[in-house]
Design a binder for this molecule. Structure first.
Ligand SMILES: [Zn+2]
Length: 431
């Protein structure tokens, strides 16, 4: 960016700060501080380092002055001013101050392509820690990752995310197979950016799809001004009071347990129970992350990672059991003897065992304690978790019960009742 323009921008954003501070003090009629503000403006400081130095000392000065007066106000304009400057430099287009003040410490700025009729939609692909943005009406200019600016606190990243490979090796998703080198991306919010640019054959309009793979799962909000889109990224726990992760076991190529005659897959029963449960949970003020809502193959590690990343209150995994012989039957709630956020998984298991047991007619086998190493997904979870084995695929009566749609709905109702009771009886310790 042109140096003169940069200086101008720096001065402008500095002036905004002065204006804010000055006007506040004029209102409060504190003459001494007003004078100090005017004195500093008149110094004509342009250099990047200078302006930051003065700004910090200025804010300190103002805060000290306020403290002396006993008025409970503190100024912290540092983020706004500093970010504005650096971003101007990278993007080459002005940032709306109003928007900027609403953003958290983590956000992504996407410079709008030059077009008159832009619109944006998004999709939260949280199981992949990704957010997909669809921008329509972009014209024929292709977008570049250079215009996608990731801001974490005071750090700014643009262009293709770069990584360094550590020597440390880690096992893959299922804890099996090939060892893989681990990549680190420093503090970049995005690990991978995929941009596709396509012309719609019907409308002849050009559309851009941006898939941002992020370092974590975020609750996001999109803002926009004349020049840019802003993707504000926050911890889900900052945004939602109640968070659940519901896991329909298996999926896709992984069918799970199979009925003895080989015709019924566990994955389908699990999914249908979860979809019934979703209908009930949709009516509640609870943010629910589902590991899958379709017949998708999802590895085990990302399921546990999702639960940990969103720091859910309860992580509930739904399965059906199987045995070599056909006689074992009934419902089991599996848990580890662990406690997270003040919630004992054993307590959670008892509640679900009672609630499910009271609405379905399968034998209630109670809650069953498992050991570290028994269940991969439980080994990896750092949140209160249970695994529900609704019934036995290998038992004829259980299978007949679970093959009936109304019964699967009843199982979902039992799980739902368990969730609501858990919120009342086992509140999560929010730190
Ligand atoms: Zn299973």
């Amino acid at each position: 960016m042109d140096k003169v323009l940069l200086k101008k921008a720096a001065f402008q954003s500095f002036s905004i700060m002065i204006a804010v501070v000055t006007s506040s003090f004029v209102l409060m009629q504190y003459q001494t501080v007003t004078t100090a503000a005017i004195t500093i403006t008149s110094k004509n400081i342009y250099g990047v380092n200078d302006i930051l130095e003065i700004q910090e000392s200025f804010v300190d000065y103002v805060n000290t002055a306020i403290k002396d007066t006993g008025i409970p106000i503190e100024f912290s304009l540092h983020k706004v001013v500093q970010m504005d400057r650096a971003l101007l430099e990278k993007l080459g287009s002005p940032i709306d101050q109003e928007v900027l003040t609403q953003l958290s410490n983590n956000y992504i700025i996407i410079k709008k392509p030059e077009a008159s009729q832009l619109s944006i939609t998004s999709e939260d692909l949280y199981i992949n820690k990704s957010i997909k943005l669809m921008i329509s009406g972009v014209g024929d200019t292709e977008m570049s990752s250079e215009k996608i600016i990731r801001v974490r606190g005071k750090e700014i990243f643009s262009g293709t995310p770069s990584y360094t490979e550590k020597n440390m090796k880690e096992r893959d998703n299922e804890g099996l197979g090939e060892e893989q080198p681990v990549s680190t991306y420093d503090n970049d919010l995005s690990y991978h950016i995929e941009i596709t640019h396509q012309q719609d054959s019907l409308s002849n309009q050009f559309n851009t799809q941006i898939t941002l793979q992020l370092d974590n799962v975020y609750a996001y909000k999109i803002y926009e001004d004349e020049n840019n889109y802003y993707l504000d990224l926050r911890k889900p726990s900052e945004v939602y009071d109640r968070i659940l992760v519901i896991d329909a076991g298996h999926g896709g190529k992984d069918g799970g347990a199979l009925s003895k005659d080989g015709t019924v897959f566990e994955k389908n029963i699990n999914l249908d129970i979860v979809l019934n449960l979703k209908e009930l949970l949709d009516k509640e003020d609870i943010k629910v992350y589902y590991t899958r809502t379709a017949d998708d193959k999802v590895f085990l590690r990302p399921r546990a990672e999702l639960a940990n990343a969103v720091d859910c209150d309860y992580f509930i995994s739904i399965h059906c059991n199987a045995n070599d012989i056909t006689s074992p039957n009934g419902t089991e709630i599996l848990y580890y003897d662990t406690s997270f956020k003040g919630v004992k998984s054993s307590g959670l298991a008892s509640i679900f065992s009672e609630e499910i047991g009271s609405v379905i007619s399968l034998k209630n086998r109670g809650s069953i304690k498992k050991q570290m190493g028994d269940i991969f997904i439980m080994d990896k979870s750092r949140v209160p978790m249970i695994l529900i084995e609704t019934g036995y695929m290998t038992n004829n009566a259980d299978l007949a019960y679970l093959s009936n749609a109304a019964n699967r709905k009843a199982v979902a109702q039992g799980i739902f009742n368990g969730i609501m009771r858990a919120y009342e009886e086992l509140p999560v310790n929010k730190e």
